[in-house]
Design a protein around this ligand. Structure first.
Ligand code: GDP
Length: 300
């Protein structure tokens, strides 16, 4: 059980229909394949790129049987993912900076809090001492939820009253991390997109304050996106990358959706590595994104 069954079933049944009754990959097959990729939320630009590459290979080999189409497609998707995902992220042992500071951004409802909780758990399991900062002070529920996760996975949470200055919470969190010798600090932030300048200013302020305590922080600006929203996730990615220097992505709710193709499109379009994927609500349902495993599970 990889959590990607819905995407796989969707993909597979559509491709099976495309090649039904056909023996060679011709223009009709490629047209249909294009439609499969677009309707699987890969996105138009990325789909065209993939189709062009397959077309080039078909032209070169003259005759390509439809039974080879799966392998050809798998190969091209894998290559595309490899261009933007270095596979550097293969363990939850982050030894490069201490504390390693992760600032988490994303709109409400995408699974930001859950991802933070799961990530804290995974990091702790890997031997890290972790602290969480509840700097989404805009919603009372956000602070309570982070505290619940902190209790659940057994990590400290730094929080202030709702409505307090997020930058001040971030500052307190990093001060606490430094004095306790924590390995990783994860800071939640409010994801209000309705005012991009406001968002940009708030995130900049939080970053500046962090750097007063930990030079170089945040090391990771993690954008959480809900994969089940398909093209909306792409739009959010656009907005957030314009507001701040996002350098890692988490794609959540891949278990409940057939839109897993969005992983391929986002990775290609934004050139930002997909670092984590969420495949369920439980604490264990966060994985480091492994491009090989991802592609394998789509085609098995
Ligand atoms: P936030 O508002 O962005 O902090 O979102 P939450 O973390 O509160 O998550 C919103 C809902 O999505 C909750 O019911 C979570 O359990 C659920 N959720 C988060 N991640 C996943 C995931 O990977 N898979 C599934 N199925 N549900 C998820």
């Amino acid at each position: 059980d990889t959590g990607l069954e819905k995407t796989k079933d969707n993909f597979f049944s559509k491709i099976t229909k495309v090649i039904a009754g056909k023996s060679t990959v011709d223009d009709d097959v490629l047209d249909d394949l294009e439609e499969v990729l677009v309707t699987s939320d890969v996105g138009v630009t990325t789909t065209l790129k993939i189709i062009e590459r397959i077309q080039a290979r078909v032209a070169k080999d003259k005759y390509v049987s439809t039974s080879e189409l799966n392998n050809l497609l798998k190969d091209e998707i894998q290559k595309l993912l490899a261009e933007n995902n270095s596979n550097d992220f293969q363990s939850f042992e982050y030894g490069t900076h201490k504390p390693y500071v992760i600032m988490v951004v994303g709109v409400n409802g995408v699974g930001k809090t859950t991802t933070i909780g799961k990530l804290a758990h995974k990091l702790k399991q890997a031997g890290n001492q972790v602290v969480l900062g509840a700097a989404d002070t805009f919603r009372a529920a956000a602070v309570d939820q982070i505290k619940l996760w902190g209790d659940r996975v057994g990590v400290k949470v730094v929080a202030q009253a709702m409505g307090s200055d997020p930058a001040s919470v971030a500052y307190d969190t990093l001060r606490s991390a430094v004095s306790n010798g924590d390995d990783v600090a994860i800071i939640d932030t409010a994801g209000r997109l309705h005012n991009k300048v406001g968002l940009m200013n708030e995130l900049t302020k939080i970053k500046n304050v962090m750097q007063k305590v930990v030079p170089g922080a945040p090391h990771e600006i993690l954008l959480v996106l809900d994969a089940s929203t398909g093209q909306n996730a792409i739009e959010q990615c656009k907005q957030f990358t314009e507001a701040t220097a996002v350098n890692a992505l988490a794609l959540t709710k891949l278990d409940g959706t057939a839109k897993g193709g969005v992983v391929i499109g986002i990775s290609d379009q934004f050139k930002i590595p997909v670092k984590y994927i969420g495949v369920g609500e439980g604490v264990e349902h966060l994985q480091l994104f492994d491009r090989q495993a991802f592609v394998d599970s789509l085609f098995k």
